[in-house]
Design a binder for this molecule. Structure first.
Ligand code: URA
Length: 238
């Protein structure tokens, strides 16, 4: 059972806010009755009508994009910058699941499946996100252990995570570190390194859950097949 406005938004008909407006205006009927309250929960079999037309469930689409730098992870941008949605050829109203910074590259999923998006972005979902960070300086084991145990960012300790030194470059005085985290706080990886005195110079998300972008060039994308989508649902519900 889900809230009516969420079911309408998940169908792809409109945003949740617009759905709330439609309900308040008395334009939504459930099983033949006009609904005016916003809290009503409906199940998957409910017959929903908007403006006396049955609500159709939009076909779900799922894309895995290798996001390039200088692309913004949103649907639109008021500064006119290219968005991740601009890179996908579809007429469906899709949106990214979570965010990567403007200068971060790598794996990002786009979909019109609100249920999957909510599950994956839920704070309790334990989705692994694997990042490769190039940082200034030669990081030591002590700092790596600090990251793994959790560091304070925005006054809160981050959860335990995995951190591995992949490479040192003594000439440029930089290190490459692989970081696997579950959480998705704003600028989390950059802030984690900052908290122990390192600056992230380059950041790539290598993997989102079990999905990597090894076979996708920067800016390329592919659709996910039903098996892959099912696996994502299972991962999100773990
Ligand atoms: N952490 C960051 O700092 N930036 C990202 O884009 C993703 C995770």
């Amino acid at each position: 059972m889900e809230r009516l406005q969420k079911v309408i938004a998940n169908s792809g008909y409109c945003s949740r806010r617009k759905a709330e407006e439609l309900i308040k205006q008395g334009l939504v009927k459930v099983n033949g009755e006009t609904v005016l309250e916003l809290g009503l929960k409906v199940d998957g079999n409910a017959a929903i009508m908007i403006n006396n037309k049955p609500l159709k469930q939009e076909k779900k689409e799922y894309y895995l994009l290798n996001k390039p730098r200088e692309v913004i992870s949103s649907v639109t941008d008021d500064k006119g910058r290219t968005t991740v949605v601009d890179l996908i050829e579809t007429t469906t109203r899709i949106y990214p699941i979570g965010r990567l910074d403007y200068d971060t590259t790598g794996a990002i999923i786009l979909t019109n499946d609100g249920e999957l998006a909510n599950l994956l972005m839920h704070p309790k979902s334990n989705i692994d996100k694997v990042y490769i960070a190039k940082i200034n300086g030669l990081i030591g084991k002590v700092e790596i252990n600090k990251l793994q145990r959790g560091v304070i960012i925005d006054n809160k300790k981050t959860s335990k995570c995995k951190a591995k030194i992949k490479k040192y470059d003594k000439k440029t005085d930089t290190s490459i570190v692989e970081l696997t985290i579950h959480e998705g706080k704003n600028h989390q990886v950059k802030k984690m390194f900052e908290s122990i005195g390192y600056k992230v110079l380059k950041l790539k998300r290598e993997k989102y859950s079990y999905l990597d972008v090894n076979n996708l060039k920067s800016g390329e994308y592919r659709t996910l097949n039903p098996k892959e989508v099912k696996k994502l649902y299972n991962e999100a519900k773990k």
